[in-house]
Design a protein. Structure first.
Lengths: 418, 418
């Protein structure tokens, strides 16, 4: 599919994240405007609340866009999702007769504050990248037992904490927790010393269900994707995770990018999962290409310094697609809701510069990284900023996700109470 | 504290669960009335929506009770919680001058349908009963390694699935999942064969927070308690739980009793946690009695048969209080919200008839139980009904929880789709 030209000229640039082919959904505010739905086009945002109030976009009887989340649009289902995308494409295309109506409703992204684009119903994080699971397993259990026996048969996941999902740009306070060093008999309550990032994609469930879904039904239920950084306290996790899995180690924060890139926008970039080492059971079998070819990077900048790229990887490295994850999630009859967020798991490629976490990049802290600034890192230091970015590369355009950034604050920063 | 006499005569009986000292909060409907808040008193329900509409209960400017959940009342905070309890006690006390106003707003519990009493924000399940953890650990890892090394230092927990929490009386469909038997190389997708119940209490968070809470702050933030049955597929769990903990094994359903018994009602029954084998770290130290002396039973009835009591235990058997669980839950800075539900973990006492799950009662299925009907059970069969009940025994009255019941339906029952 070629670039669709827009009368918003910045949307026709080969290096914008937001050409007309993308049309990602976010929530913004300005000094004058309360938080409401917006669509990114080039370096501008279309105020969807105003477009709806003026009757230019008129999909349903009830208002959908003068709200600080996209959940109500998702609730309308795929026919309305498609109708909205078609209407926006027509309004913003070069030669649109409605340009004079829309032009007054655009404002520069640079003038807006971006908020969470959805109300997250529940958050689930998976462990579905094979290189990541192999790296972590090798570190903790040795190369012979790197992958748990179940790993090639199902996308391993755990329930995370929706209340801790925050939008890009939110500062992240280093967590306190119980740490137990091997040379002490008892734990101590201290700030985490091994606080880490995880480069992931998040899939957003757009249709509710209350019974097992096929992989095809699951793919149809996904509304869109975001970048996701699942901040992780490795030392808290090491002490707490047996036998019931990660809990407080993963509960400080999970950052997501502010723009939901729809499944429709990513459709030209569908790609298959890797070859299967063992056949999947029928309910999880691939029925078509359900991963996406999305280049991903993570960069780290100490305060006031230029960022160093830590990793370059691609979403196609996942062993399981989000559709397979959602199908597995529903096997037990677990009700899934609009706004459920599924983290892919850390996305690492096969080589060292493709690793998606500092745990892997510094091999458990044994092999410090040297940044471009000359600083070294094993895990994150206070006031480091981590920035994820990603895009699918089309012919002369790209479908970008913007960035997902977070800065680490001291464990003693407010609101620390006790 | 003695019985407070009510002009609702059924509330003065020594064996009602709902004397005036209790005043538990639920949501009910009838053929004529949409779901709304109600308070149980003896064998009657007070229609709180009507009481508010008529101005008899008038705590805030915004309506709180013509809603199908108690979250909005909880949001008002402890001063309003206390004001409501005081007002209800005055209205329903023997000799109240307002009896003629309230009498028309009472209807028999028997004529009402009970619904979920709250919107569950997120659900966390703990593993904080020592006898249960010791029993399970002994089965899986042997008596020397029964308790994981972290267990005596923190309340181990994992995030569950709020979407699967249902009210007592909801049928529970036996889940499908990946099962892997030791004599097969690969798993199969089948209905669970080891589907179990877990006798627990649930604590409901009534105040939001966004940083670490002390144990005292956590206790103050708890609004009330319910009975909770965390249905568990032991065979799904055995295959899936390494390394990230239980996921689909616990996602089919969690049942709760329909009446929230407030912390205020339980206050006379506070009791201390057991003696500590190792000292807790300061942030988890007991600061007062925060468990409750609540007698608990679980019974099992095959379809059409009389129930057999499976277990008799008490909430005071927990090693950690709900306040300690909530304090631990917040250590990492995890934001907690009104409506968060914390499962205690299975409550087993020290002897066999006090065990709170079939896994323990049948010792992993090796030692079948014989029911009073002559049937035997290792795990649950289709159309078995499990009923939990519980009460704190006062002098001449009791603070009861009603029951928490669920019937097992076939794995092939609707809505099974694939």
């Amino acid at each position: 599919m070629p670039l669709i030209h827009s009368w918003v000229t910045s949307a026709n640039s080969a290096d914008t994240d937001f050409p007309l082919n993308n049309l990602p959904y976010g929530v913004f505010s300005t000094d004058q405007l309360d938080p409401r739905c917006g669509v990114a086009i080039g370096d501008m945002i279309l105020d969807m609340g105003q477009a709806e109030a003026q009757g230019i976009i008129d999909l349903t009887d009830e208002p959908l866009f003068e709200l600080p989340f996209w959940n109500d649009l998702m609730e309308q289902g795929p026919a309305v999702w498609t109708a909205l995308r078609n209407r926006l494409t027509a309004l913003l295309s070069k030669g649109s007769k409605d340009q004079h109506l829309i032009e007054p409703l655009l404002l520069p992204v640079a003038d807006a504050t971006l908020h969470m684009p959805l109300v997250v119903s529940e958050f689930t994080d998976f462990y579905a990248g094979r290189h990541h699971a192999t790296n972590v397993g090798t570190m903790f259990r040795g190369p012979e037992n790197a992958l748990p026996p179940n790993w090639l048969h199902m996308p391993i996941g755990y329930n995370g904490r929706a209340s801790s999902v925050v939008v890009s740009g939110t500062d992240i306070r280093r967590p306190w927790g119980q740490l137990k060093s091997p040379d002490h008999d008892t734990p101590a309550f201290l700030p985490s010393r091994r606080f880490d990032m995880e480069l992931e994609m998040g899939a957003i469930v757009g249709m509710a269900s209350d019974g097992p879904l096929t992989v095809d039904q699951a793919d149809a239920a996904i509304f869109g994707y975001v970048l996701l950084n699942d901040w992780s306290a490795r030392d808290i996790q090491a002490w707490e995770y047996q036998p019931l899995g990660p809990f407080q180690a993963k509960a400080t924060a999970t950052s997501i990018s502010p723009w939901i890139v729809t499944k429709a926008a990513l459709d030209p970039f569908r790609t298959s999962t890797p070859e299967r080492e063992v056949p999947l059971l029928d309910h999880l079998k691939d029925t078509g290409p359900m991963l996406y070819d999305i280049d991903l990077t993570a960069a780290l900048a100490p305060e006031g310094q230029t960022p160093t790229t830590l990793t370059r990887t691609n979403y196609r490295e996942m062993y399981y697609s989000a559709a397979q994850q959602l199908a597995h999630h529903s096997t037990s009859g677990c009700p899934m809701n609009v706004g459920d967020l599924l983290g892919s798991g850390t996305i690492s490629g096969p080589t060292k510069p493709e690793r998606g976490s500092l745990l892997e990049l510094s091999w458990g802290g044994k092999d410090p990284l040297t940044l471009d600034t000359g600083d070294t890192r094993t895990f994150l230091e206070d006031r480091d900023t981590v920035t994820l970015s990603g895009h699918a590369q089309g012919d002369g355009y790209r479908i970008g996700f913007g960035t997902c950034a977070g800065r680490i604050m001291s464990a003693h920063a407010t609101p620390y109470r006790p």
